[in-house]
Design a protein around this ligand. Structure first.
Ligand code: PMP
Length: 392
């Protein structure tokens, strides 16, 4: 298109560099194996940690909600799009999270944007881990507050940033609970101690810890027994919870403030009834079927151990996200392609999602994988890894 020649050139450059991404359509439901291009592949790329996307209780709740309330809500929450079920679900979620209140947004992405862009002003400063998720980075871009970036999980670097932030009205420290590309857990107890020492507000993005860490999947704050000491928890309903959405768990005042000022909340239509009903059912499933989380962790340990034994570099992962670090960008995509040839769907991830030279294939196990399937996956990793000289 005339005027867009530079975009076409950029796309060509990506293709030449082997970093251009194609969307991969799935032809089945989201299970331990998925159908892609007519072939059944072991799914090691989804965030469906507990298999809840297809849980019969969630499906039934969604169907019933559609039948009773219809397919959509027809309005933003603040005008005519708040149904009883939205408020009821937020109360249930607050009880689950042991916080005063919660507010649900369309996605985890918009939840981070809503908080960071609205609760901070030019008198404030936000202090962020350098490897925080893109939605935090974009939220920070939208705020008028000053910003400081500390080195990844480096408490010395965080303390330096806090020491030089005494003149601001408020200091907000924000971290991912679980880092999405490496699967490591933030050192939350140390972060909390520093924030208490310097009187700073703490915000944790628990997208990959919601439904995964803590009692019944309450997240990293519960995992570290820090309930009541972290001011703002952002979570997602789109990954382990199996549906869609993001939430902010905090005080009633934060909830009320976001309803007045959180732009993605104010200006975007509320969740369809099926989404809210399925999310609500998912919380009950987390409470009533803890064996799902146990199975997730058993599978996590099994796959991680297997990959390490084969000689792969799995970085510093401590969670169901296990990267297999390859380094070279093109090679990580070749590795992913070869795995696919051998029956495994595990996507290659390269710059800019991870640093240059840190390209990888990222694996995520779920509670749904059987041992037999994980053994098949490990065999495929071994074969592909040897052929590409990633392992001996
Ligand atoms: N935060 C982190 C750390 C994430 O990994 C993601 C999802 N990629 C999000 C926020 C956004 O969550 P959602 O998919 O619900 O928008």
């Amino acid at each position: 298109m005339k005027g867009f020649e530079h975009l076409e050139q950029e796309l060509q450059d990506m293709k030449d560099a082997g970093t251009f991404r194609e969307l991969v359509p799935i032809e089945s439901d989201q299970a331990e194996k998925v159908t892609i291009d007519g072939r059944e592949l072991i799914q090691l790329s989804s965030n469906n940690y507990l298999g809840l996307t297809t849980h019969p209780r969630l499906k039934l709740a969604a169907v019933k909600a559609v039948e009773k309330y219809g397919a959509g809500t027809g309005s933003v929450r603040t005008i005519a799009g708040t149904f009883n079920m939205h408020n009821d679900f937020e109360k249930k979620l607050a009880e689950f999270k042991h916080t005063e209140a919660t507010l649900v947004l369309q996605s985890g992405f918009t939840a981070n944007q809503a908080v960071l862009a609205s609760i901070l002003s030019k008198e404030d400063v936000v202090i962020s881990d350098e490897l925080n998720h893109a939605s935090i980075i974009d939220g920070i871009r939208l705020t008028k507050a000053d910003r400081k970036i500390y080195k990844h999980v480096d408490m010395k670097s965080l303390e330096e940033a806090l020491q030089t932030s005494g003149d601001y009205r408020s200091r907000l420290v924000v971290t991912d609970g679980v880092f999405s590309m490496d699967g490591n857990i933030a050192p939350l107890p140390e972060i909390v101690e520093l924030c208490e020492k310097y009187d700073a507000i703490i915000m944790v993005d628990d997208a990959h810890a919601s439904g995964v860490l803590g009692r019944n999947g309450r997240g990293t704050v519960d995992h570290f027994d820090l309930n009541g000491r972290v001011h703002i928890q952002v979570g997602t309903l789109s990954k382990a919870v199996g549906v869609l959405g993001g939430y902010i768990a905090s005080t009633q005042a934060v909830r009320d403030y976001l309803i007045q000022k959180g732009r993605p909340f104010l200006f975007s239509t509320s969740h369809p009834p099926a989404v809210t009903a399925a999310c609500s059912e998912a919380i009950d499933v987390l409470l009533e079927e803890p064996e799902l989380i146990e199975r997730l962790w058993d599978n996590t340990n099994y796959l991680k151990k297997g990959l390490k034994k084969l000689g792969f570099d799995t970085g510093k992962s401590e969670t169901p996200i296990t990267p297999v670090i390859v380094g070279d960008e093109r090679k990580s995509h070749e590795f992913s392609d070869k795995l696919r040839e051998y029956g495994v769907f595990a996507q290659g991830i390269a710059f800019p999602t991870v640093a240059k030279g840190q390209a990888r294939v990222r694996t995520i196990v779920t509670a749904e994988h059987s041992r037999k399937t994980l053994d098949e996956a490990l065999k495929a990793f071994q074969k592909a890894g040897k052929e590409l000289h990633i392992i001996k």
